[in-house]
Write a protein that binds this ligand. Structure first.
Ligand SMILES: *[C@@H]1O[C@H](CO)[C@@H](O)[C@H](O)[C@H]1NC(C)=O
Length: 176
């Protein structure tokens, strides 16, 4: 009898372990993203043993946070540049507010993940992509995008790709 309950306890521990650490293969996560090779390079660059979905999501949010902060630093340099047009100034100020918003969203996302509120976390990741798009394409529909020859579109595209990876990972965590 004691032996049977021991087996049951071990079984239950295994089941709860599997549920607590949901694991999905990196290639499966990445195959539906904008740039699968960028995605697998990023996810495989995570050091440490924990490769469960929550750890991968946390890691990817941290990467996005770094990338968004780098983007803000770049925008501030562009704003400080002398002799830029009024159109350029408007564009960069608009992008600055979008990227400040993105950093706030990323900070919130970490909290949502800790609290296991995965559906809202997915929405947050998707709203990051909308902010990136509004920065690049302009805020109002029909507005012609500013022809930006700086590094900003490249930085913004990275934040967009990373946000899509976050959204993809978190989607696996949303209960069916
Ligand atoms: C994005 O973040 C990663 C990881 O922190 C870093 O290696 C990469 O250089 C960053 N890229 C940009 C454009 O900020």
């Amino acid at each position: 009898m004691a032996r049977l309950s021991f087996i049951i306890v071990v079984f239950l521990l295994c089941v709860s372990f599997i549920y607590a650490t949901k694991i999905v293969d990196v290639n499966t996560i990445c195959k539906n993203t904008i740039n699968p090779s960028f995605c697998s390079t990023l996810l495989n660059s995570k050091s440490g043993a924990s490769r469960d979905l929550v750890s991968l999501a946390q890691y990817t949010i941290d990467v996005a946070h770094t990338n968004a902060t780098n983007t803000i630093n770049l925008i501030e340099k562009l704003i400080a540049q002398k002799g830029s047009s009024e159109e350029a100034q408007m564009h960069y100020h608009s992008c600055l507010s979008h990227f400040n918003e993105i950093v706030d969203i990323l900070v919130d996302s970490k909290v949502l993940l800790k609290r296991k509120i995965y559906d809202s976390a997915v929405q947050e990741a998707n709203s990051i992509r909308i902010h990136v798009d509004n920065c690049i394409s302009g805020d109002s529909p029909g507005e012609s995008p500013y022809h930006d020859t700086s590094l900003l579109p490249k930085y913004a595209a990275i934040v967009d790709q990373v946000a899509q990876i976050i959204s993809t990972i978190e989607n696996y965590l949303v209960p069916a």
